[in-house]
Ligand binder design. Sequence first.
Ligand code: ZN
Length: 296
Amino acid sequence: MKHPMKHPITTPITTPITTHRDREPSMHPRSQPAPHELWDIGINLGHARFARDRDQVVARAHAAGVHTLVITGTSVRASREAAALARGRDGLLATAGVHPHDARHLDDAALAELAALARAPEVRAIGECGLDFNRDFSPRPDQERAFRQQLELAASLGLPVFLHERDAHERFLAILGGLRARLPAAVVHCFTGTRAELDAYLAIDCHIGITGWICDERRGHHLAELVSRVPRDRLMLETDGPFLLPRDLRPRPADGRNEPAFLPHVLAAVARATGRPAAEVAADTTATAARFFTRG
Ligand SMILES: [Zn+2]
């Protein structure tokens, strides 16, 4: 069955309140330019830190031009919640997957539930899945098995994959490379690796997700130098909220929570790093995300 592409909510352009002073010829025009239209391809909207004001978070995102949010599924439970949050709502989509941290919990029943979730029209990718040898919250053999199983699931359903890799490039590339030809598309989300790693992912036709990591003047400097290497039709933007608040965001929210409304800040950093106009980066990343997350 074919599911029509949902139309993202068009950004409401706030009509400035006209006062007598505004009409005086000496005053500058008060209307603000419409924000750039963006997709946040990785937002953990089901996270407990969004529990108290989730609807306002979505409203603020839309007001900031971030008209489509792809809610990341990180476990079977989180994927169920992500799909429930996105169901029937314009501008919200979801992924279904099990993060490498949770890989040891991916048994046959969990895999079957993921497969069932993945058939829902609002679920547009399998993931996040992959390998994380930085924290090793799940044993590495479990991580590799769960990664392979989810890639197989995506291949069997014809869905793209949303991938997480940390300190595991060699094994990750070996496993992904073996199945890549059977996957319609694959994005390495929150890429923070080296130039050689980036080139290896691009060589097997991966998309690259860039977060506010690029705004970190200590850790993200190399990323700013690398981002120009990503072809324009392979680059997408994400906040990974509530995590990864851009370090140079001002004013900083008191609770340090990242949210999709801050994505224009990441856009600006990518525009600076690539020397391209923000409007162009916005249009390209939005078109790329719309293609990537469309169900075939
Ligand atoms: Zn991740």
